[in-house]
Design a protein around this ligand. Structure first.
Ligand code: NDP
Length: 485
């Protein structure tokens, strides 16, 4: 049977665009449909604008540091509208880059929503329909709100880049990547940030010592972080609402309930669009905005998956095998829609492995082991491999760990601390995990990740000469384990 295309990709995010481009460059006839903007979550409403916001927010510390170093610096006002205009210009440019990458590779792209009609046919919202030998689903995911009355009053991460103005106060709900990153960003930009996390400590699943230091640092910078706390009730704020305050950062550290203090009242009770929130700790507050960072779900609705027989998992994700093949042999899926490891570089890898498997005759399973990643909190968190808690469940380990005030900010009298930690197998001396909480940890962990992926031992780290004076030199100079576990 002759098909219109060798490959039809649904979704123009990082994974879909890469797979389409590489397949087309290999001489295959490829089409791609995207209903929204090219670049997907990462470029348009995720990693890229988020990182630019991180950069913007970090300038808040510049005067304190600069003054200690002899500069005459004062912090002026942050102009959100100026920044967001520049941000949007940059996103337009990047979207253009994605479009031209596809065009220059010979991919036919369609600005339309696509739906499966059968195992080899895609129907577009503009009425066109095409057949393809292979179909790749790369539709990504979307942020979700909790199942709570009036949850629509809260925004989600997609909304944050479209604000006309920054709120004066915000309640962030959640303790994952997005919640913690935006708590730090918005705090840096001058927003009064309160964060509720329902569990005992933020960043569940990561190394406990690292989580602890990040939480402590976040509180030190003025974020009112409450653990073991969630929203009980939320309604549009009215002038009748009695307002107590969210408590202080040190109360939050102790898990203490809110206190009454006029001085600390959010001064937002009469603001339009403000939300009155009753928390599980009894506190009642009015916030200018509520931001739900309570997770993301795969985009699998209205794609025709059920009609065609593509298996969908419990969380709505497309079920795939190690080659990203779905239960329908001609249909593959990559990226967040498969809810494996929801990171841009992983989706790109999955796209490349798909092309290698399907078009280059070289079956390539996706390697999801030892993926380095970073959480762009302030300080940043870079991590690869097992946490201390995960590792000690598997085998006896030695923990090499140091926490100290780094030279740069210590000179400025700032309290910031960093953490360098190695989790080492007692039996093989292999470094099973590396965890760094420090400015620039994302950059550091990329390099440490190579060593860990190669199976480096503690002795390999030890025989590497330190780069002095740096923070990361501690990774190669820790001689004695702090403890065994
Ligand atoms: P996460 O799944 O990481 O975190 C969701 C958070 O919301 C958790 O703390 C969870 O609590 C909490 N939560 C879930 N449901 C509720 C509820 N009903 N009420 C209160 N709290 C709730 O999701 P994110 O949205 O932060 O991020 C999604 C994914 O995006 C990440 O897993 C990551 O893969 C990716 N990402 C990566 C980034 C990076 O690489 N730097 C940056 C941003 C996103 P609990 O822990 O108890 O389940």
């Amino acid at each position: 049977m002759a098909f219109d295309y060798d490959l039809f990709v649904i979704g123009g995010g990082s994974g879909g665009v890469r797979a389409a481009r590489v397949a087309a460059q290999g001489g295959h006839k490829v089409a791609l449909a995207e209903e929204d903007r090219y670049g997907g979550t990462c470029v348009i409403r995720g990693c890229v604008p988020k990182k630019l916001m991180v950069f913007a927010s970090e300038f808040a510390h510049a005067p304190t540091e600069g003054q200690a170093y002899g500069w005459d610096l004062t912090l002026g006002k942050f102009d959100w509208s100026k920044f967001s205009k520049h941000l949007n210009t940059e996103l337009d440019r990047l979207e253009g880059v994605y479009r031209s990458l596809l065009k220059n590779s010979g991919v036919d792209s369609f600005d339309a929503r696509a739906r499966l009609k059968d195992a080899h046919t895609v129907e577009l919202s503009d009425g066109q329909s095409f057949t393809a030998k292979h179909i790749l689903l790369a539709t990504g995911g979307h942020p979700t709100r909790p199942d709570l009355p009036n949850a629509h009053l809260g925004m989600v991460s997609d909304d944050i880049f479209h604000l006309d103005a920054l709120p004066k106060s915000v309640l962030i709900v959640g303790g994952g990547y997005i919640a913690c990153e935006f708590a730090c960003i918005l705090n840096g930009l001058g927003v009064e940030v309160t964060q509720y996390y329902r569990g005992a400590q933020i960043l569940r699943g990561f190394d406990e010592e690292a989580r602890g230091l990040i939480a402590e640092s976040m509180r030190e910078t003025g974020i009112n972080l409450f653990v073991g706390t969630n929203i009980l009730e939320m309604v549009p704020a009215s002038e009748d609402h009695a307002v107590s305050h969210a408590g202080t950062a040190s109360d939050a550290a102790m898990g203490a309930p809110a206190k009454d203090s006029e001085d600390l009242l959010p001064k937002t009770a009469k603001r339009d669009g403000a939300v009155w929130v009753k928390a599980t700790n009894g506190a009642e507050n009015v916030f200018d905005a509520v931001f739900f960072a309570t997770g993301r779900d795969p985009n699998t609705k209205d794609l025709g998956l059920e009609d065609v027989g593509v298996e969908i998992g419990r969380r709505g994700e497309i079920v795939v095998d190690e080659y990203s093949q779905t239960s329908v042999p001609s249909i593959y899926a990559i990226g967040d829609v498969t809810n494996r490891v929801n990171l841009t570089p992983v989706a790109i890898r999955e796209g490349m492995a798909f092309v290698e498997t399907v078009f280059n005759g070289n079956p390539t399973p996706v390697d999801h082991d030892l993926i380095p990643s970073a959480v762009f909190t302030q300080p940043e968190f870079g991590t690869v491999g097992l946490s201390e808690e995960e590792a000690r469940e598997k085998e006896p380990v030695d923990i090499y760990c140091t926490s100290f005030r780094p030279m740069r900010t210590a000179f400025a009298g700032m309290p910031n601390r960093v953490l360098m930690k190695l989790v080492v197998s007692k039996a093989t001396q292999k470094v099973l995990g590396c965890h760094i909480v420090a400015p620039g940890a994302g950059e550091m962990i990329q390099m440490a990740g190579i060593a860990v992926k190669m199976g480096a031992t503690k002795q390999d780290f030890d025989r590497t000469v330190a780069v002095h004076p740096t923070m990361s030199e501690e990774l190669v100079t820790m001689r004695e384990p702090m403890r065994s576990a």
